[in-house]
Design a protein around this ligand. Structure first.
Ligand SMILES: [Ca+2]
Length: 425
């Protein structure tokens, strides 16, 4: 099956800004508009998540940046700790079923595209890997590379360093045998980030993770061709501001990842249930037309591209353990982080595992992953369908419901079924 790409590439690019889609911990106070967060300890994670949802009136949201301006969505902070308090790789791998797949992404490269420089990422990844018994991933052993997209080192940025830590560490957590290329854009403008995407493609990656987004704009379709690359899958976070569509998640060539709140049955991370996270970005694109894979799936769409395509845990209350030594608002160490930022690199890792299995089957890296994902006949087997929760008060588009919905898309992965399906697609 082929793609139906709507837009040829043009050079009249508008330079908008992007923001990360990351949130820190659950809120405990509102400090002049800057939410302050605390973390919780396992195994009481899901109980506390429930308590927090009852006690906190204001959902975990981040304002969208104005057009053309970059804005860090991290206006939530917490004291970092000396030991991890969030979800561990073993728990998340078990929760989504990655631990039922022997393949760990060997031979594949995952590219992480972010803005600015994280000066400590390689050593922070080493701390993360050692903590959780993951294979070492270093420049020296050929596993890790950092590339400056514009040729020279960008300035360091503590907020983006937190995002980079989340993305790099959790791509490695899910596909620990895959190589990781971190591509650092010169700034967080659309132009610089798209340039970094091109560099990521040139690096040989078969999956490119983009945990950033900005408001849609009329000329965004001129960027879409950068995501139409044979053998490369692009993932993007759908946003952290609840109902609403961001770019590049809105591109029909990008796998848009929304957010959920998970409940584990035990400290091992056994799957219990999953609901839509209130911050999950989603809706109908104002710019992009509905792609064939969505219309074929039978989505009531008003002929607009629906966002997101899929979902993943994104609630800071059920956040991920991340190590970051670049001091952010006075804090460094182990953070508990949520946001749809978490899902993009982990879905990229899922794709890398599928691509690694495809090599063994004599197949090339998957091209047009959404066509394989929007497979009605295998839907129930491949996804945890999410049917409750909402990301706003806009009615149908803001409520998770049966089948595809505009808050969680198709749902979260049943990796043990979905990855083999992608491998044989
Ligand atoms: Ca659903």
């Amino acid at each position: 099956m082929g793609w139906s790409w709507p837009s040829p590439y043009q050079r009249n690019l508008r330079h908008g800004g992007m923001r990360r889609a990351i949130c820190l911990g659950p809120p405990k106070a509102n400090n002049g508009g800057s939410k302050v967060y605390r973390r919780h300890r396992l195994p009481f994670l899901f109980l506390k998540a429930l308590m927090t949802s009852l006690l906190i009136v204001q959902p975990v949201l981040a304002d969208r940046p104005p057009d053309g301006l970059a804005r860090p969505p991290v206006h939530i902070k917490d004291d970092a700790r000396s030991a991890p308090t969030g979800l561990t790789p073993a728990q998340v791998r078990h929760f989504y079923g990655f631990d039922q797949i022997a393949n760990k992404g060997a031979g594949q490269t995952i590219a992480i595209v972010d803005a600015f420089d994280d000066p400590n990422i390689e050593s922070d990844l080493a701390v993360f890997s050692a903590q959780f018994g993951l294979p070492s991933c270093t420049t020296a052993n050929g596993c890790f590379r950092k590339i400056y997209a514009a040729g020279s080192k960008p300035r360091a940025d503590a907020g983006w360093s937190l995002e980079i830590s989340l993305d790099v560490e959790w791509a490695h957590a899910i596909a620990p045998a895959a190589k990781i290329v971190l591509v650092e854009a010169a700034t967080n403008s659309f132009a610089n980030l798209i340039q970094a995407v091109d560099v990521a493609v040139a690096s040989g990656a078969s999956a490119v993770s983009m945990s950033f987004g900005g408001n849609e704009f009329a000329s965004q379709t001129t960027y879409d061709a950068h995501f139409n690359v044979p053998g490369v899958t692009f993932t993007a976070s759908s946003g952290d501001s609840g109902s609403g569509v961001e770019y590049p998640a809105a591109s029909p060539y990008v796998l848009a990842v929304g957010g959920t709140t998970i409940q584990t049955a035990d400290a091992l991370g056994t799957y219990s249930s999953e609901t839509a996270w209130s911050g999950s970005g989603g809706g109908q694109s104002a710019i992009e037309s509905e792609p064939l894979y969505q219309s074929s799936f039978g989505i009531a769409s008003n002929n607009k591209r629906g966002v997101p395509d899929v979902a993943y845990d994104g609630d800071p209350n059920t956040g991920f353990s991340v190590y970051d030594s670049v001091r952010y608002q006075g804090q460094a160490g182990w953070f508990q982080i949520g946001g749809t930022s978490a899902g993009a690199p982990q879905w990229a890792a899922l794709i890398a595992i599928a691509n690694s299995m495809r090599v063994g089957l004599g197949k090339g890296a998957i091209y047009g992953a959404p066509f394989a994902l929007y497979n009605a006949s295998a839907y129930g087997a491949n996804f945890h369908e999410i049917s409750s929760g909402s990301n706003g008060s806009c009615g149908t588009l803001c409520n998770a419901g049966s089948g595809y919905d505009y808050v969680t898309g198709l749902g979260s992965p049943r990796a043990a079924a979905l990855i083999p399906a992608l491998a044989t697609y």
